[in-house]
Design a protein around this ligand. Sequence first.
Ligand code: TRP
Length: 464
Amino acid sequence: MAEIDQIREKWGSKIGFVLAAAGSAIGLGNIWKFPYITGENGGASFVIVYLICIAVIGLPVLIAEILIGRTTQRNPVGAFYKLSQSKFWASLGGLGVIAGFLILSYYAIIAGWALGYIIESINGNFYLWPDPTSAAGHFNDLVSNNYWNIGYFAFFMLLTIAIVFGGVQRGIERASKIMMPVLFILLIILMIRGLTLPGAEKGINFLWNPDWSKIDAKTVLLALGHAFFTLSLGMGAMLTYGSYMSEDDNIPTAAFQIVFLDTLVALIAGMAIFTSVFSVGLDPAAGPGLIFHTLPGVFVKMPGGYFFSILFFISLAIAALTSSISLLEVVVSYYVDELKWKRHKAAIILGFIIFLIGLPSALSFNLFSDIKIFGLSFFEVVDFLASNILLPFGGLLISVFVAWIWGLDKVIPNLKKGAEKLFENYPITLVFWKIFIKYLSPVLIFLVFLNSIGILDKIIELFE
Ligand code: TRP
């Protein structure tokens, strides 16, 4: 692996890193996916299981990922190579880079819908299709229109490229410092709107009163998988962001702040959405269409809905953008570190390649809608491969690597750098982290992985 000759970029400030990493974590996962899977899985009980997964697996693995990055100051491939001197582990880091290509290629399509829906809401189009069925029809018309679908996808990729093009401090950090506070403010406004609607208490009950009959092994694994996705774990995004940190930065505290902000935003989004959905008597278990089919109909019925619908889709687009830049950055950092590309060239060329990779997924809503692989469209295959296979596999490798290959005796002194006071005052935190990362995380993540494969088996069975 090539050594670095150009000076590697760094974050300008601690808060800059935390906001950028929280920006990566907070995304479609929080505002689109978390509410709909909570809605489908019984509300509060799912939320509680999810919170446990975040604390027990999410936080320890997040600390491990950031630590690999900060210690090596490299992209995922270079980082694993540097610590293990093994081509095998380096190639596993390469899976992270591949996951970056794949996830962004479909993530940016959904993000493009969010951009398109900003314009829909400004044009007042929701008032033309006010009930969920006709709103769904309108949504299907839009996404099966190639100009609309691919146009917004391309536009969103351009925004992502422009920020990564600007570099770590002047692109990613600056964009996060502006966009994250705006996102928080918009979501809080939306939550207050939701809470002040008549009938809001039904939504609050749904989110906070557990119904344990809805929880089984499958829901636990679903929550665990989502904990991974929402914290951007398992493919080296947090590793890459960690690689721009300095040794005097406190990793456990930063990781805790990232997890806290990510969870807070999921809950705020959940409150905003469920209070609104219940107040107009719609179905919280509408699935992936909850945001694009159900919410437009909610907005048209609420006072000030025109205004709040615009704010909502702006929030969604901002959240997606601060996540997509972290996905592109993983790929770019690999080409910059290892292949000595210039950042500007890497951002443009790789961004364009990701756009091309995404085209079959985008077209799967129209031209390719008849092409099914194991019964799934292109879009669904890429999503499944990336979120259900590559991420848990990557997370498993990261915890195994840190605890068993790199070795805790070498890991701990690195982790302590910048966090001396924390571990002096609360030595128990270190004990917990060691147990979690060495035993609990690998076992639990392995179960998630097996579950994903099990789903795959069933799909194959169905089509044999
Ligand atoms: N965490 C983001 C979300 O919740 C998605 C995301 C960004 C991601 N980067 C990632 C997921 C890296 C996994 C890995 O929407």
